[in-house]
Write a protein that binds this ligand. Structure first.
Ligand code: 13P
Length: 251
């Protein structure tokens, strides 16, 4: 089963509009010839509209970093799927560990956000992953299974392959401590096996690895049998390193 790899750059809370513009202009020519790889950048909300304009007609899609599950309403500070679509955004990161840890994002909310994104026509990148304490306690699989089972609860089985899952071990995020290839392959294959219990589409679901991915380690990680791409934080903030990771995903 061949799955088109996806490399997504999560810019987190970095880049003013001017800085974002400089980054995308440096990135576009570097990835223009990378066929057979899907590429997305996930700027902060303030830079979404200008990045959609700048990336139009290129190989680079623009994703948001969060959304609310309701269409509209009294939810101060939140943004709906309809608002993202209106800008020309094509997908959204959901359940990033930073949103879970710092902003109270719950599996109950994600169980509503995932179908809301799909219904709107956005590609969700659902993030799952364990803390270091959970890994040391041997709880990685139980934790990841619980996240997946909760967050996919309201997704129709025939729509599973429209979701992208990013396995991001929290201890590897922003630490430079990348998972070993064996750890990444084992966890990503486990994600697929859990989804296969619920949907016949599991072989088509793209499962990404995230956590300290760099231009140096990307080739090895992206060659793993079940790893279908990467969700990249720090190394997505410069065009050279992000383009190197995109090039490493070329089939
Ligand atoms: P780093 O690549 O900076 O470790 O961040 C990973 C991440 O959180 C992507 O969503």
């Amino acid at each position: 089963m061949s799955r088109v790899p996806l490399i997504a750059g999560n810019w987190k809370m970095h880049k003013t509009v001017g800085e974002a513009e400089a980054l995308i202009q440096a990135l576009l020519p570097r990835v223009a010839s990378l066929e057979s790889v899907e590429i997305a950048v996930c700027p902060p909300f303030t830079a979404l509209a200008p990045m959609v304009d700048s990336a139009r007609g290129s190989r680079v899609a623009v994703f948001a970093q969060n959304m609310h599950e309701a269409d509209h309403g009294a939810f101060t500070g939140e943004v709906s799927a309809a608002m993202l679509l209106d800008l020309g955004v094509s997908g959204v990161i959901l359940g990033h560990s930073e949103r879970r840890a710092f902003f109270g994002e719950t599996d109950a909310a994600l169980a509503r956000k995932l179908p809301a994104a799909l219904t709107a026509g956005l590609t969700p990148i659902l993030c799952v992953g364990e803390t270091e304490a959970q890994r040391l306690a041997g709880e990685t699989e139980a934790h990841v299974r619980a996240q997946l089972e909760s967050d996919f609860a309201a997704v129709e089985p025939e729509r599973y392959a429209e979701v992208v899952v990013a396995y991001e071990p929290i201890w590897a995020i922003g630490t430079g401590r990348v998972a070993t290839p064996a750890q990444a392959q084992e966890a990503v294959a486990f994600v697929r096996s859990v989804l296969a219990e619920r949907s016949a589409e599991a072989e088509r679901i793209r499962v990404l690895y995230g956590g300290s991915v760099s231009g140096e380690n990307a080739v090895e990680l992206l060659a793993l049998a079940d790893v279908d791409g990467a969700l990249v934080g720090g190394a997505s903030l410069t065009a050279e390193s992000f383009a190197a990771i995109c090039a490493a995903a070329r089939q």
